[in-house]
Design a protein around this ligand. Structure first.
Ligand SMILES: Cc1ncc(COP(=O)(O)O)c(C=O)c1O
Length: 309
């Protein structure tokens, strides 16, 4: 198992926050592992445990060309001597198309490239059954590790935290990480959820996930009460970036030595700064969840840094 004690709760000093008496901490899940990084191990942990306990052969999952989830699954399966298969969106791709896919293949993952129309069937009952028959002994994990066991793994994030926070900030892709965190919040702490995707209703997304896991209205309403949605911090959509975003990531690295990624955590940082300004937040204790993703965003950041030389 990957040791999560590497994920420290680090105090970050940012002058403009200090002036407002804002104490900022960062939960460094990016330090868990370079490949099985951030929320990836949280989401995979109980899924992998299930595969091992039931003596299944491995994991079959889904993802796009630069998926952090595919890389994490390939790497975790290799460490546990499990097979891994990925259904990858885009029949035009091949394993040499980019270094994420190349690395997945190196780690022993079987990559199956499918047309976008086929990929859309990834949560379809009949398509999954067909996959189960074609690849017997493989345990199917949804895209992004978005299942009940993924949520349970993410519940452990706050259990490892000591301090009491007024506000927590986290990114949303599938929403699994946020569902785990929201269901372990106590007191009046607010969970600020920043969507990395355009056109997403954060509350609706989390509500649908909780319902699919079978929780009661009472629990769901209780957990959703702490959510503060941030739906405009996506920089134009999933995978889209802006100069402001990339410059901010470089700037944060210079001042704190901490690297953020341009797909998720950089967007969360900007949303957090904007919110502090707009709401004139003072005297507050904030926890920023660093969900990793540095390898998936590496090419974008390398190209940006090279363009600045
Ligand atoms: C680095 C990073 N942060 C945040 C997220 C969003 O997590 P979730 O899909 O659980 O909402 C992802 C996607 O899985 C990610 O790769």
């Amino acid at each position: 198992m990957f040791a999560t004690n590497k994920s420290i709760e680090q105090c970050i000093s940012i002058e403009k926050f200090n002036k407002r008496n804002i104490k900022l901490f960062m939960k460094r899940d990016d330090l868990i592992d370079l490949e099985v990084s951030g929320n990836k191990w949280r989401k995979l942990k109980y899924n992998i445990e299930h595969v091992l306990q039931h003596k299944l052969q491995g994991v079959l999952t889904f993802g796009g060309a630069y998926s952090n989830h595919l890389l994490a699954t390939a790497s975790a399966c290799q460490k546990f001597n499990l097979k891994s298969i990925a259904i990858v969106r885009g029949e035009e791709l091949e394993k040499e198309s980019n270094w994420v896919l190349k690395r997945c293949a190196e780690l022993g993952m079987l990559l199956i490239f499918v047309p976008r129309e086929t990929y859309k069937l990834r949560n379809d009952y009949d398509y999954r059954n067909q996959l189960k028959l074609t690849y017997p002994g493989m345990y199917i994990i949804p895209e992004g590790g978005a299942n009940f066991m993924g949520m349970i793994g993410c519940q452990e994030i706050l259990m490892e935290c000591q301090s009491k926070y007024d506000h927590i900030f986290v990114a949303l892709g599938t929403g699994t990480t946020a569902t785990g965190i929201a269901s372990t919040i106590s007191g009046d702490t607010k969970l600020n959820v920043v969507s990395a995707l355009k056109g997403v209703d954060v509350i609706e997304t989390l509500d649908a996930l909780y319902r699919s896991y079978g929780f009661s209205d009472l629990d769901i309403n209780d957990w959703l009460e702490c959510i503060v949605p941030h739906e405009n911090g996506h920089c134009g959509g999933y995978g889209k970036t802006s100069n402001e975003l990339l410059e901010k990531i470089v700037d944060i690295q210079k001042t704190t030595s901490i690297e953020l990624d341009p797909i998720y955590t950089g967007k969360v940082w900007i949303a957090m700064e904007d919110w502090i300004e707009k709401e004139n937040i003072t005297n507050s204790t904030i926890l920023f969840i660093h969900t990793g993703g540095l390898l998936g965003g590496k090419e974008i950041m390398n190209a940006f840094r090279a363009s600045k030389k």
